[in-house]
Structure formats: C-alpha cells, structure tokens
Design a protein around this ligand. Structure first.
Ligand code: GAP
Length: 518
C-alpha cells in the first residue's frame, strides 16, 4: 500500500524553515561552510557532491535556454583577471561602493543601507501579520475591529512611505550624513550591543585587489572581477566579427565573480565568491526599450517553466535608475526571508561600450548593413546569480510531510530536470540475483542519467534517503522482475509506483526528464 501524505508542511515559522534548509544542505552533501575545519570563512561556501550536480544542472538549464535555443546568442568564457583599466572605464574603481557604518560599542560593521532596509522589512512584516490576524478574526465580521486594524495598517504604511522617501533621497544623492541621521532618527540599534552609538557612514569599495607581476618589474594592481559582464563588453568586437553576428544579438557567459561583501548573511544569498549567469543583448539605438520588455517577459517565463509556482516571483521595477540605465527591473523570489532580488534585467544604453571606446581608444562600433550606418549598440542585460537561483530552488523544494502512519518524510521536491541524481536503482533485497540485475539496469542508464545504486538497509529507508536528496525516480528490482522482466518505478512527490518493462525504462525516463525550456 502507498503511504498517504496527510499534511504537506512548508512550515509556519520561516526562520525555522531557513535553519532547517541550511542544516539539510550540509547533512546531505549540498553545501558546506568553506574551510570548516578552521572555523569557516565568512560568506564563502563550498558545494558538496549533490550541490555541485544541482549547480551544474541549473547552469546547463540556463545555457541551453539562452545559447542553444537562440540562434542569435553565443557564449564565451572570458578570464577572471582583466586589464585594470577595464574597471576604471566601467566605473567600478570610482563608484562600486557600499556605505558602511560601525557600532562603537560592539565594534561591528554594518551596511548602513541594509540597516534601513531591515527596518522597513520589519514594518512590512508587521503589516503582513496584522492582515493575517485580521483575516482569522473577522468571522463573523466585526466592524470596530476592522476599523482598528485598518487604522494600524494605514499608520504603518504612512511610516514606511516617509522612511522610503528619506532613504531614497540619501541614496540617490550619496548623502551619507543624512543616511546616518536617518539611522539615528529611526532609533536603529546594533543587534549585538543594543546601543545607538554609531560612527559616521563611510564609503567602501567592494572589489578585491591583488598584484600581478613581480615587485622588481613594477607590479600592477589587478582586480578579481566583480561581475562577468565586462568580459563580454571588452570582447564585443572579437565575438561579433568571428561569429559573424548581426544585430540584434547576444553574448552569454557564466562564471565566478567576487565582491568584498562586508555584511555576510542569509547563507548563500550574499557571498564574497559567487557565480553569475549573464547575457548582454546588443541592439540598435532606439530599439532598447522594446527589447527590454522582451527580455523581461522571456526571463520570467524561464523561471516559471520550472513549475515551482508563479506566485513565487514578482517584478520590482526600479524607480531610481543607475546613471548608465534607462530602464531596470528585478525579478524577485519569495525566499524564506521574504521577496528578494534573484535576477536583474537592465537596459544599460551604450554606456559600457562607449566607456571602453573612450578608455581604450578602440572603436566599439557596429556597421549595420540594413541602415548603412555605424553606431555603438545599446545593450539589454540579463543577470542572475547561480547561487541565488540554487537557494531559490532548494528553499522551495524543502518539504516536510506527515504521512498516514504519523512519520515525517523530508523530501526535496527539486524540479526533475534539475535534480542532482535522476534515478536510484535498488534491488529489493541483497540476494536472489537482484543486485546483479539492478547493476545491469544501472549500466544501461548511467550513460544518459546521473544514477545511484543502493542496496543497504530496508527498501523504505532507501526511498527516504533518495527523497531527502531529491531523486525524482527510484527503480526497484524484485521477484516479479524475473517472471516478466518488469521493475517498479516510484515517483518521489506522489510516492506512487507503477510497473514498467525493463526494455522501456530508458525511453520512459527520457520522456519524464525531457528539457521543456521556454
Ligand atoms: N552585471 C550586472 C550585475 O552584476 P548585480 O545586480 O550587481 O548586477 C546580478 O548582480 C545578480 O548577481 C544579482 O541579481 C544576484 O542574483 C547575483 N549577486 C550579486 N551579488 C551577489 C552576492 N554577493 N552573492 C550572491 N549573488 C550575488
């Protein structure tokens, strides 16, 4: 008999949920703190056996949809080190800064903007709680209670608007004295010391610098790239010419990026070493907003094609634009700690190519055979953090279910195309020729699918182990296999089993695991 799921519990308390996800990721070989035997390194993480598979699969899913599915997008793999002038031209040397503030009592350093954002988040949480409480209390409808709740929510909203307005003004003008004053006025305290004894706000550049060349030769300061995008811009002409690309066309790249993030938090959400998947799409000047809309839609479709629910995503259109952009939006994901940026889509105008043209003295122009004109193309960028995407998938996948027999099943409901292990092949018992038959099936499948063989412990425990790592399918060899050449195929989420012919396993898995990329 199949066990029934009585209750599918994505858990009431999000803090608890997040802690459980982090613990699960470590216990099941997804993510380890870096240098753990030396007590770890802040905001740096290592991916374990299942983690690196999931990461590869996400990267591959992105690459297929961007490069393989688009005739007019090609990929590159540029070096992490670039000429230091690249970062001068891009504006990162002068302006890639975070405003930092120290608490004089705890000696802890914070991002001043994050302190205010956290304050705003707390008000937003209060509003959500009021609304949630009210929805339970208003049956039967009580007008007085309704008015009181409404009044409180309006008060909170008014406060949020006021803070938002002041905050946006400080950030826009880079007025750090006002930002400090805002922190003081809001009576924000240091979470460690509980005091309001703050230093002034100072600017801190996020790039990691190192030296290239020997001291005798006169070493140059080079930077670990803080984004992969500049490697695309500086190769624009090389790629356009060698791949004979015609505008509109895109260049995609995945790879490591490095930022000296002072405020390390939320696990792999904000890291010092992380991976980006970026695509720069070069268009005719004047066409950029139309392409911006196109990529805005295309990227949300990509996310939704994974089938984890469109309610998990929302757009956040930027009101305040970076100096180089004429439109920008974030695709935000509902992480356990709230909606946060997952991907950015930016209309970057011709800022980057023009800046490189100016600093390098090399023309960054495209001759358009359709209009007989040469111009510096405009650019639409799509930029997503691979680690952030990983966290989105993992946090949505983590589920605890109470089964009919009151046992708890922990299962990672990772979309099957992304799952680290696709199939587990299991002999029902370790005798009667079952292990040999199971290994025969394993040999048949492992060329095309990431498989696992497991014969240790009772079958129920082995199913739970596969559930915990998110394996979507288990194939079990049992006595009947020798009677009619069939096996059972168990599906992870429903736990339903069906009998299928051994001859049909490969085809069936190909169907179930087919890429359906938008
Ligand atoms: N080239 C544009 C660019 O780098 P960004 O908004 O700074 O834009 C793009 O970064 C994406 O990279 C973000 O949406 C996020 O997913 C990811 N990302 C940025 N900083 C990160 C960090 N410290 N840790 C993990 N992911 C990060």
């Amino acid at each position: 008999m199949q066990p029934y799921i009585i209750c599918d519990n994505q858990m009431a308390n999000n803090d608890d949920l997040f802690k459980k996800i982090i613990a699960h990721a470590k216990e099941y070989g997804y993510i380890f703190p870096s240098s753990e035997i030396y007590d770890g390194l802040s905001a740096v993480y290592d991916y374990g056996p299942y983690g690196c598979e999931l990461k590869n699969n996400i990267r591959n899913y992105w690459w297929k949809s961007m490069v393989q599915m688009h005739e007019n997008i090609v990929g590159i793999d540029s070096a992490i080190f670039m000429h230091p002038k690249v970062w001068k031209a891009s504006g990162h040397v002068d302006a890639f800064n975070d405003p930092l503030i120290d608490n004089k009592d705890s000696k802890k350093r914070y991002r001043a903007d994050v302190l205010v954002e956290d304050y705003l988040q707390k008000i937003e949480d209060k509003i959500e709680k009021e609304v949630e409480k009210a929805s339970k209390r208003f049956e039967p409808f009580d007008e007085q209670m309704f008015r009181q709740t409404n009044g409180r929510v309006l008060e909170y909203k008014k406060k949020m608007d006021e803070v938002h307005t002041r905050f946006a003004a400080c950030m826009e003008a880079g007025n750090w004295d006002d930002l400090k004053q805002l922190i003081v006025d809001l009576e924000i305290v240091c979470p460690i010391s509980g005091s309001r004894n703050w230093t002034d706000v100072r600017q801190f550049n996020l790039m990691f610098a190192t030296q290239m060349g020997s001291v005798a030769d006169g070493a140059d300061t080079v930077y670990l790239r803080p984004e992969t995008a500049q490697g695309i811009f500086i190769n624009f002409l090389n790629v356009q010419k060698t791949a004979r690309m015609k505008i509109p066309f895109g260049i995609a790249q995945t790879g490591k990026a490095f930022r000296n993030e002072i405020v390390a938090r939320q696990f792999i959400f904000r890291m010092k070493e992380f991976e980006q998947m970026e695509m720069q799409f070069f268009v005719r000047p004047g066409d950029e907003l139309q392409w911006f809309d196109y990529w805005k839609q295309a990227r949300i479709r990509w996310h939704e094609s994974l089938g984890i629910g469109s309610d998990m995503y929302r757009y956040h259109d930027h009101e305040k634009l970076a100096h180089y952009a004429n439109a920008a939006t974030d695709i935000e994901f509902k992480f356990p700690f709230g909606f946060k940026e997952l991907e950015g889509i930016h209309s970057r105008t011709d800022f980057d190519l023009k800046a490189h043209q100016q600093h390098s003295g090399k023309k960054m122009q495209y001759f358009d055979p359709e209009t007989n004109e040469s111009y510096v193309p405009y650019v639409i960028e799509t930029s997503i953090g691979l680690d952030r995407m990983f966290l989105a998938i993992l946090s949505k996948a983590y589920t605890e279910e109470t089964l009919e027999d009151n046992s708890i099943r922990t299962v990672l409901k990772i979309p099957p195309v992304l799952a680290p292990v696709k199939v587990a092949v299991l002999p029902l018992v370790k005798k009667d020729g079952m292990p040999e038959k199971a290994r025969e099936i394993l040999n048949l499948l492992q060329c095309n699918f990431m498989c696992q063989y497991d014969e240790k412990d009772a079958i129920g425990r082995r199913y739970r182990r596969q559930d915990a790592i998110g394996t979507p399918f288990c194939i079990t060899v049992d006595n009947e296999t020798f009677e009619n050449n069939t096996v059972t195929l168990r599906e992870r989420d429903s736990m339903q089993q069906e009998r299928i012919s051994v001859n049909n396993i490969e085809n069936k898995l190909f169907q179930l695991l087919k890429f359906k990329i938008q």
